[in-house]
Design a protein around this ligand. Sequence first.
Ligand code: ADP
Ligand code: ZN
Length: 532
Amino acid sequence: KDTCNNDKYHTPEQALKILFGYDSFRAGQKSVIDSILAGRDAFAVMPTGAGKSVCYQIPAVLLPGITLVVSPLISLMQDQVKALNEAGVPAAFINSSLSEKDYNETIRRARQGIYKIIYIAPERLATESFLTLAKSVPISMVTVDEAHCISQWGQDFRPSYMKIVEFVKTLEKRPIISAFTATATETVREDIVCTLGLQNPFTLVNGFDRENLFFQVDKPKNKEQYILKYISEHSGDSGIIYCATRKNVDNIYELLKSKGISVGKYHAGMSAVERKKMQDDFVFDYTSIVVATNAFGMGIDKSNVRFVIHYNMPQSMENYYQEAGRAGRDGLDAKCILLFSPQDIVINRFLLDHKEMQDLDPADRETVRERDARRLQVMERYCYTTECLRNYILKYFGENPEKPCQDCGNCLREFETLDMTEAAKKVINCVYEAKGRYGRQIIIDTVAGAKTARLEEIGAVRYKSYGVLAGTNKNLLRRLIEQLVLEGYLRVGDYQVLKLGDISGLKNPEASVSIKITDEDKQPEKAAKTKK
Ligand code: ADP
Ligand code: ZN
């Protein structure tokens, strides 16, 4: 018997209006919903705040059976179930916060077919009583929220997510499977589709661009002064200041408080009660600013955050974009400012070296370490690039922006132009000598005349171009290569190897190559300051 009293809505539009009070779908939502209703698997990559939940909640109420939503976020589950119940949709959650009594009661009611949507923590899928339940009720769809957790390449791999696949296999009839995530690079995307066994899924990668966010990187001598000045110039604005460590959070918090600023703080070293209070005060605008570690923000939906300042560089672009993306959810202008100092790299290396990896198979730990190091490098390059910051981010997430945004810290900044035509010829010659077999690093090392075993091994030390640009700042060389790729002199082949581009060389005497630089770029290359 259909206990879900849904005779009021029969179409996605009606459901959107009646359940959520909205008149129209946002970009992408409708296509995901329609394809699910047509019985097809779905995979949607949408930035935080884009409205993923609607994409599975609406099919869930319109499909005949039950939808299971697998999510790792307990507080989010509770909030969503509450909201659904208030909207008249029978929903429940199953996670570690339930008492045994409540759990049994939930299972009992689920067996009676009372619920349309059940949120469940991944580790609960393998419970005997739940498996029994799952076999006795019709399950129309399994939705995997935060789907990147299933990828070992993802930021927050959770072994318990593997249980989803096993669980689905135990079902007599394969349900529709839909997967959602906010952050996924190409590799993670492929991994999700493959690991979850999505069948010909309708795939949506929704615009990661958030036009109302202004991105900026600053390298102030004194970050505290910078923050105080920013706050005084934007007094009353709601904002988040993210720090890499609890100690930094405490320090900045005390500093702001001593200046009479309305501020709270949040990190994992505080009691649950304290954290809850700080969070609520911020969400309900009793405090304007919260200073926090990255523990803050998951599942928080506050629309009027006007700025997100990173006191330290985060460990990855995935982290950065998620945290910075908490600004301006109301669509109004908001600023995302990253305060960088070389010390940030040292801090992050330390944090990564001490990262908990107990969960991981020892064999995977090295891979994860390498991946983390690569991510850190991407972040570091964000701090040094003179390219459009927005485009840098979008490209990382797999988009192909056509031109600079003209509305970010770098686009609006005046850079000095440096003629690099001579160096460019040398780099192109080196790529020619390398016969298009090697990537950027080898090419840079070769022209810089680095003494490495790898260069010996491949014979690059005998190239004519070996050492021809010794002493040139490596950042500059990296930038030059990007520019050469951009202008078509070089191109990037499979496995990131550099090849000669469509325009052959710089033979035309009129041709020139220049790049934009900052003061830091002018520093000659020094021996590495930090350990590798
Ligand atoms: P995500 O899970 O992608 O971070 P949510 O599903 O929490 O995002 O949605 C973010 C906010 O957008 C919520 O407040 C939600 O109610 C709102 N929202 C979702 N869809 C629409 C829509 N079609 N029109 C207006 N607001 C919407
Ligand atoms: Zn820009």
